[in-house]
Design a binder for this molecule. Structure first.
Ligand code: HEM
Length: 388
């Protein structure tokens, strides 16, 4: 596909819009948010910013001599060594692909390709959010989830309903034509997710790039949480990956879009924890409605919106928290977030918050740094479905 076949926004020409993570003005007009939303910058806490790197580099300066010029020289050497060290080991950076794909702007190419798909299917945001979570929590954000194979991660039960793989394939195909072997599948997942979050009403957030693709994908590595996980276990699991309880609650805000299925909630509707009755924490009106959608012993596994606000099913906003405060959480873990002493104050806060989009974006950016491969690690796959 050539660039001309992209639905290119009018102001293209300024090459680095996307490398600096600022979307195009034309898209801004289209979107329902204001422009300030998008130019706001967020830090990715796990990564050293250049200003912090300088600060760190400046510290040994004191010990390098009383003379100003020699300490300046020493500082310069330390900075050079740090840069070389960072390059050798690789590190995520803002705009990693700048100048690496001819004159094409990689993030803009992905934006345009994903936007075209999103316009036809707004549920793509749910698909990608879940995909990023399931990729990053198993072996890190290195696209092991995308590999095909008899016992690869995607064959694991927990990944059975993960979707959107063919959209990643089509974005990858476009990039391989423009600049073969340059853009990793792991970066495509992260950038594509960010695009859909924004298009679905969330805030633009900065993501760093330079991830490499993993070589291993095993179903036996998949140890993702199920919907009945107790809150304290979930907090522990997220802590182990470097997240606070608040960040966990924010990430579970991903359930503001998308669907689950009757099979995940039937126990809550008819025989909660072998009590022979429904989960008492569910609001009676939701119980009645879900029993209609999911009759006992029905052969069909119908979908149910995770956010029970019918006006917000595909919108990234804080409505999910309002619903769970009102006891209208569909998954057990979602409802428990609003009731458990470890998380209920956080949920209350988010239900009333005006800055959910910003905070969610920050949490997503942090999720995108979990266990990444960089530098010489892994590879850049030619096809996201198989190692080279
Ligand atoms: C304790 C943590 C979590 C548990 C137990 C959990 C569980 C689930 C379950 C059971 C489903 C329904 C699957 C189905 O019916 O097919 C689901 C869907 C979903 N999850 Fe989670 N999840 C968790 C965390 C997250 C996180 C951190 C995100 C994103 C940041 C996320 C995003 C989604 C989305 C968007 C869907 C809907 C997918 C679609 O419509 O295709 N989840 N989750």
């Amino acid at each position: 596909m050539t660039e001309a076949s992209f639905d290119a926004p009018v102001e293209i020409g300024a090459e680095d819009y996307f490398e600096t993570a600022e979307p195009l003005v034309s898209d801004v007009r289209e979107a329902t948010h204001d422009f300030e939303v998008m130019v706001e910058t967020h830090e990715s806490p796990a990564i050293l910013k250049s200003s912090e790197a300088e600060e760190v580099a400046a510290k040994p300066q004191k010990h390098l001599g009383a003379n100003g010029s020699s300490s300046k020289g020493a500082l310069a050497i330390v900075l050079i060594l740090m840069t070389l060290f960072a390059q050798g080991h690789g590190a995520l950076q803002q705009g990693f692909y700048k100048g690496k794909c001819g004159r094409k702007n990689v993030e803009q190419v992905i934006y345009n390709a994903v936007r075209a798909k999103f316009r036809k299917d707004h549920t793509l945001v749910a698909a990608f959010l879940r995909m990023q979570f399931h990729d990053c929590f198993v072996r890190g954000c290195e696209a092991s989830l995308l590999l095909d194979g008899p016992n690869s991660e995607k064959t694991a039960g927990a990944n059975g309903s993960v979707r959107g793989f063919e959209i990643i394939d089509s974005v990858k195909a476009v990039l391989e034509k423009l600049c073969p072997g340059v853009v990793s599948c792991a970066d495509i997942i992260v950038i594509a997710t960010r695009v859909t979050v924004f298009l679905a009403g969330g805030r633009w957030y900065q993501v760093q790039t330079g991830r490499r693709d993993g070589l291993i994908s095993r179903a036996s590595d998949v140890n993702l949480p199920g919907p009945t996980i107790p809150v304290s276990d979930a907090v522990q699991l997220f802590n182990n990956k470097g997240f606070t309880a608040e960040e966990m609650v924010l990430l579970l805000g991903g359930h503001t879009v998308g669907v689950t299925h009757c099979s995940f909630v039937t126990d809550r509707l008819y025989d909660f924890q072998n009590t022979g009755r429904a989960d008492q924490s569910m609001s009676p009106s939701l119980l009645a409605s879900l029993r209609k959608t999911c009759p006992l012993n029905s052969p069909t596994d119908s979908p149910i919106a995770l956010d029970q606000n019918p006006r917000s099913v595909n919108t990234v906003d804080n409505s999910f928290y309002k619903q769970i405060v009102a006891r209208r959480g569909v998954l057990q873990i979602d409802q428990q977030l609003a009731l458990d002493s470890q998380t209920k104050a956080i949920v209350q806060n988010l239900a009333n918050a005006t800055d959910f989009g910003t905070r969610f974006g920050r949490a997503m950016a942090k999720l995108s740094t979990v266990g990444v491969l960089t530098g010489n690690q892994g590879e850049i796959r030619r096809s996201c479905r198989s190692v080279n």
